[in-house]
Design a protein around this ligand. Sequence first.
Ligand code: PLP
Ligand code: ZN
Length: 446
Amino acid sequence: MYRSYFRCIRGCPGEYSLYDVIYTCPHCGGLLEVAHDVDALGNRSAAGWMNLFERRAGATQWPYGSGVWRYKEWVVSDLEDDNIVSTFEGNTNLFHARRLGQEIGVPDLWVKQSGNSHTGSFKDLGMTVLVSVVKQMIAMGKPIKAVAAASTGDTSAALAAYGAAAGIPTVVFLPRGKVSQAQLIQPIANGAIVLALDTDFDGCMRIVKEVTRDQSIYLANSMNSLRIEGQKTVGIEVVQQFDWETPDWFIIPVGNLGNISALGKGLLLMKKLGLIDKLPRLAAAQAAHANPFYLSWKKNFSEKVTVKARPTLASAIQIGDPVSYEKAVKTLREFEGVVAQATEAELAEASAQADLNGLYTCPHTGVALAVLKKLVARGVIQSHERVVVISTAHGLKFTQFKMRYHMRELEGVDSRLANQPIYLPADVDAVKRALDEKLGSIEHLR
Ligand SMILES: *Cc1c(COP(=O)(O)O)cnc(C)c1O
Ligand SMILES: [Zn+2]
């Protein structure tokens, strides 16, 4: 049978049950990771796994209709199906961004639409695993009263939704005034206890760590590596969508650095089990206003840099002291990774440019696209390469960002691509004049 357990990422001895309340190594305080019995998994051939995953894709059979639980043996193999809390997350489309790719100079450009998900962000992929394990722990008689998380807006939405689906109480800690309106109302609607604190994300993180020292309140932040196990399926799913061909590049916006570690972990497992034979390269994209990972990379990772993160339109990655730093450094080394940053103006213009090519991007996806443009301009990414940008959230969560862009209200942003409504009386001649002017001017531009 397959087996999964926690172990220290720094190699300390010790194996811990996934159903124990434990987040860090008792020896060194480092993060844990979920380990799998790769030898046992290797008893099935690569072709056998591919076949199994293909048969499950698109099915409704519980729980394999989920894009996470389709890979159940690789995620948490021994979870009881009855305890799985799933919205059939994952299964998100790859958007072939042909026109945008041509504009940028990489025609083989794809956007993995992770935001086309139950709560509108990729956080659903991790939360289904964490809440399912909690449900099993409660069924085993563990005295868990609630699940809690600090959040920049998307973790809290996912936690509240999965908690509500399972009937498990949730508590979310949000930096007051620093999440979008949609992100604030999501956990409220799902019945979470919503605590809006006068601090930033890093401040919320410090408090939730204290509160969850009480073992009856379970910690749902990504320092809890159960979430990483679910999130790691995104890369596996992309490769499956390309008929088991590895793209050349993944570009992913990063804050706390859990997601990029997860992406790498899934791809490495595929390689170990022979489903792929080459690894892609990874590019981590940061907002210049919250760039500790970029600064660390500049120093060749000789030390972990932390910063006081400044406000950024990419509010879900406004993080100055990333929890999963060590994991991400390892990932960058294994994947010949690069890190680049985008200013507020760059991310806003890149997001608008993508929208004009049919996408509807969140500001974090704007960060990734701005970084893509830089890496292409620098020749790091070449025009013939296949590039996958991980879009992390749905643009509909960030209406104010888009409104303010198009109304030219964003400070320091020129809004070069602003498109404003034309206010007219209900008069045919006025309408005709306006259309003449607009369509004429479009002709003229061609
Ligand atoms: C959480 C989040 C990220 C960053 O993921 P990390 O694991 O914190 O690096 C990026 N974009 C969005 C929209 C997010 O919600
Ligand atoms: Zn350790």
